[in-house]
Design a protein around this ligand. Structure first.
Ligand SMILES: Nc1ncnc2c1ncn2[C@@H]1O[C@H](COP(=O)(O)OP(=O)(O)OP(=O)(O)O)[C@@H](O)[C@H]1O
Length: 222
């Protein structure tokens, strides 16, 4: 089973230590949730792993192979879904699918995915937020990358598409390892296999919502 091992991650801005000695791993078959209060460094962590934000130090290993952050994008081993959409607005969904996947069989995987037929002739700019996020995830999830970093896949998404996205991610973990971060902790905890919270610049494993209260992310829960 492919394993992404992240070690010795440090990041500071000016005098503020954002992340210190962060270490965790993600295997194919796992969905790892990273929770934490606004500004604790979740997005920065994902960007440092992807190589688009400079870390003070970071160790990245996939199985026995060591990668520098600069090697991550060209290696196509790790994909990254940013918080803000990356698709051009003026293009029709079916055209963007063929841009991503010139191969007909791969195209079909997307065209026949649940719900896609209901918006394939819509322009990207006219999609609902849920349709757009789902499309982005379908495109990324069908690329060959073994690991995916997802920054807020549930934020602002209508309930119907949240469910479709969760089903897709649960299926996807059969072939990939996924690290995701979001404030919609109920949705995160529903699909993750392991969870962490970032607190005081450290990453700490958590088991349940009681731990989230303990680490001051939640005040209370039902
Ligand atoms: N280039 C930078 N220079 C200085 N500070 C920065 C820089 N980039 C990010 N920060 C700060 O680092 C902190 C972490 O930001 P980040 O976006 O990673 O947090 P987050 O946990 O993803 O927050 P949210 O939950 O609000 O998305 C924030 O306080 C942010 O202002």
């Amino acid at each position: 089973m492919d394993t992404l091992l992240l070690t010795n991650i440090h990041k500071s801005f000016d005098k503020r230590i954002l992340l210190q000695n962060v270490e965790f791993e993600c295997k194919v078959g796992q969905i790892i949730g990273v929770l934490g209060r606004n500004g604790c460094g979740k997005s920065t962590l994902l960007k440092m792993i992807f190589g688009t934000e400079k870390a003070d130090t970071i160790g990245i290993k996939i199985n026995s192979k060591v990668y520098t952050p600069k090697e991550i994008i060209p290696s196509r081993r790790i994909g990254y879904l940013p918080q803000v959409t990356f698709l051009p607005k003026d293009i029709m969904v079916r055209d963007i699918i063929s841009v991503f996947f010139p191969n007909g069989e791969l195209q079909d995987l997307i065209f026949y995915a649940p719900k896609v037929s209901s918006f394939e002739t819509t322009k990207v700019g006219n999609l609902s937020l849920g349709q757009l996020r789902y499309l982005e995830l379908l495109l990324m999830g069908n690329l060959p990358h073994t690991f995916l970093l997802l920054d807020e896949p549930f934020s602002m998404i209508e309930p119907l598409y949240k469910e479709v996205i969760k089903e897709f991610l649960i299926e996807l973990k059969n072939s990939k390892g996924i690290i995701l971060t979001d404030h919609y902790y109920n949705d995160v905890l529903e699909i993750t296999t392991k969870n962490y919270v970032i607190t005081d610049a450290q990453i700490v494993p958590i088991l349940d919502k009681a731990d989230l209260v303990f680490y001051d992310y939640l005040r209370s829960y039902e």
